[in-house]
Design a protein. Structure first.
Length: 214
């Protein structure tokens, strides 16, 4: 535990985040629908927002992160244990001009946290991830480690951090693939006891296939 805390405070810590629920909404009416459903404003394309979902009686029914990937495509990230309850809630009032899917099993990923997380990410990301180019609460499609991902600049720890979501088959389980000589900076696993694969270097994502374009 001390090593994990020290990594996030002084360097980089990583945690596998497949446990989060991911709900996708697409269509012409998606923004208007989510604006009725959620308590906070809906972000513009390329931005994230933290929001609550309330019942008609004003009771809290979910704390969610909403990402506007493009103008008519949104992803809501929230509690994995509540994903089925939230799915039923969404489908109960879904209009005809909105397509919804529970995409939790389609997006797995890694969260990086700590003061050196940007330095680490910059070594394996094609895009500029500097503070000016990728601001807090920005989201984008890009490539990390040669893998197509959704990259969010946000942190569950309060430190500088990023969430990197990709298709499950792009996550590389063999530990021998996680320590290439080209990436000298180590990444410490956080909550290792609940992570099926130790995260021992920056190269937590790897692609065995030709790289697709978005």
């Amino acid at each position: 535990m001390a090593r994990e805390v020290a990594a996030v405070r002084n360097a980089v810590g990583g945690i596998e985040i497949a446990n989060f629920a991911k709900h996708e909404f697409k269509g012409f009416g998606a923004r208007a629908y989510l604006n009725r459903l959620l308590a906070r404003h809906i972000p513009r394309a390329g931005r994230l927002s933290l929001t609550s979902m309330l019942t008609p009686q004003g009771r809290l029914y979910g704390d969610l992160t909403i990402a506007c990937l493009v103008e008519d495509h949104f992803m809501l990230i929230g509690s994995g244990s509540m994903q089925e309850a939230h799915r039923r809630w969404f489908e109960a009032s879904l209009p005809s001009d909105v397509a919804y899917s529970n995409a939790s099993d389609l997006w797995h990923g890694i969260a990086l946290s700590g003061p050196k997380s940007r330095d680490l990410l910059a070594k394996i990301c094609r895009d500029d991830v500097s503070g000016l180019a990728l601001k807090f609460r920005d989201t984008r499609h890009c490539f990390v480690g040669g893998v197509p991902v959704i990259l969010n600049r946000i942190s569950f720890s309060g430190e500088l951090g990023f969430e990197i979501y990709c298709r499950p088959h792009y996550l590389c389980p063999p530990p021998r693939a996680l320590t290439p000589p080209t990436i000298p900076s180590p990444i410490a696993p956080v909550m290792w006891s609940v992570i099926p694969t130790p995260l021992t270097s920056a190269s937590v994502l790897t692609s065995p296939f030709p790289e697709p374009e978005f």
